[in-house]
Design a protein around this ligand. Structure first.
Ligand code: CA
Length: 366
């Protein structure tokens, strides 16, 4: 039998041969996207920078190598607070930080990270994924050619390290404290002096009395900074950052240049990392708190109710002042307040009442 006859008899005509040759290049020619990510975090910072590197690894594995993201810590490629602009300009494709860093570009961005006395991690997650929080975040970042994705939460932060006791709201008068953002504006309203310091200078400033107090993150990161060696009291709760959300942001053009399956894959990996980040904070903060209490004998002190109530009143004023700064901030603030009220009412009879029941078992005094 001649070869041509054999092909005909086997039903493999010219069409089948052609189909094989047409399909093969389509499989081979899948494009590889080589991206760069710039973060606002120092190299090797647990959970935060670690989480960005984890995200890049997951994306690479899940996409079978079709998206490869090279991660740069703050300062390695661009200065930490230039990452937003670098991604906006398309110099790099991805960034990570906390959206309150971009208050100077658009005041509305602050609500997606932390509002003093505002929603916690669970509330913010509900607002992003169950309410219109993420939609509003996308709208806020659209003029900057950016697409934001929630990057997980720190959970409720600690109130900070103090060398002076806070018994009444008047104790804030003249208090020199390193506390950025909206929380800093509240402390200033209470009569404190807000000092801005880069991370590397906080410990020495506290030790030498240049500042009386500082906030940072929570037990895991604060232990690593050694603040227990420079301050007398560790206050809680972190009313100023009740569940600070981190973020990933993509250059819009780069994101939209991806085929739909890869866009979806990026979203899924971001959301999986979002969950990982909060779980890491909760688990590792728990262990670090135990070390601070048992090994370093740190006095853990709760802000008195009277102080918290006074700070809360000032925080409401600060938030409204910020909301008046742009139409977008006003819109975001309205959504945030409406959602907080609904979720808060439900939270009072669900989460809060449950915490109240189990709280004595886990109290610091045993
Ligand atoms: Ca903080």
């Amino acid at each position: 039998m001649k070869r041509r006859d054999f092909l005909k008899k086997a039903g493999l005509g010219a069409a089948a041969v052609a189909a094989t040759t047409v399909n093969a290049p389509a499989v081979i020619a899948q494009k590889t996207y080589r991206w760069k990510m710039v973060t606002t975090w120092p190299p090797k910072l647990p959970v935060l920078q670690e989480g960005c590197e984890r995200l890049a690894q997951r994306v690479k594995e899940a996409s079978g190598g079709r998206i490869q993201i090279q991660v740069f810590a703050g300062g390695e490629l661009v200065p930490p607070l230039e990452s937003f602009q670098a991604v906006s300009d398309g110099t790099v494709e991805v960034g990570s930080g906390a959206s309150y860093y971009w208050a100077g570009k658009e005041p509305a961005s602050q609500w997606f990270a932390a509002v003093p006395f505002g929603m916690n991690a669970q509330g913010l997650s509900a607002w992003f994924h169950g309410g219109d929080g993420l939609k509003l975040w996308e709208e806020t970042y659209a003029p900057f050619n950016l697409i934001p994705r929630p990057g997980g939460s720190t959970g409720v932060q600690m109130g900070g390290w103090f060398n002076k006791k806070i018994d009444t709201i008047d104790d804030y008068k003249g208090l020199k404290m390193r506390i950025p953002g909206l929380g800093g504006k509240v402390v200033a309203k209470a009569g404190g002096t807000v000092v801005l310091l880069p991370g590397g200078e906080i410990f020495t400033s506290l030790e030498r009395g240049v500042i009386d107090a500082t906030e940072w993150v929570g037990p895991l990161h604060d232990l690593r900074m050694g603040f227990y060696q420079a301050a007398k009291y560790y206050y809680y709760p972190g009313w100023h950052e009740p569940g600070t959300y981190l973020e990933y942001f993509f250059n819009k053009k780069a994101y939209e240049s991806l085929p739909k399956d890869l866009q979806h894959l990026l979203d899924v990996c971001c959301m999986e990392n979002e969950h990982w980040v909060l779980s890491q904070f909760d688990a590792r903060n728990g262990a670090a708190l135990q070390e601070l209490i048992t090994k370093h004998k740190v006095p853990i002190v709760q802000f008195p109710d009277e102080v918290l109530n006074a700070l809360r009143k000032m925080a409401v004023e600060v938030v409204e002042e910020e909301a008046a700064k742009s139409p977008m901030a006003k819109k975001v603030n309205e959504s945030f307040k409406k959602f907080s009220k609904e979720v808060g009412t439900w939270g009072t009879i669900s989460e809060q009442s449950y915490y109240n029941i189990i709280q004595p078992k886990y109290s610091l005094t045993g």
